[in-house]
Design a protein. Sequence first.
Length: 185
Amino acid sequence: MKKLFTVMGILVLLLSTFLWSVIPVSAYNLIGYYWEGHVLPDPLYFFIEDDVSTESWTGWYNGHEEWNEAQNSPTNFALTDNIYYALVDAFYSYDSGMGISGQTWYSPSSPGDITSASVTLYEYITNGYPYYKRVSVAAHEFGHVLGLAHNSGAYLMESSDYTRYNTYGIYSPQTDDVDGVNYLY
Ligand SMILES: [Zn+2]
């Protein structure tokens, strides 16, 4: 019997080695933009526009904290009240026509080095969200700011708010999200 167990053990080991080699280990996707000249942990200053709702303000504030506090995350988002220091401008829109909850823009608009970025929450949608679901959207947009693209599944970069938050309960960067940022910086 001892020999049989040994053979089975080897088979299981081979099978798991095989599975490990065909299932991709890294899951993050990159968008092609990143802060080429940015040396971490230099702060990535962001400014929250004065006219955003309290809901959006706390969403942005807690979204940046989730990134800075995530395990192994190299990020150092820092809130500034002086827009001249800001590399990232966080604002809001009340546009209801697009049906999306958040958006990120880069400057310059072609992939490569980012010199500044803007993020918005579509308050028509997000102000109806529970608190952590709104944080989930803000942290997701900050993930785009860092250079991450969408990724399907239990990740902060999952594009669907419903899947990300309602299904998986995610409002902070997961290991694969952080791995993507550590790859870039
Ligand atoms: Zn997105």
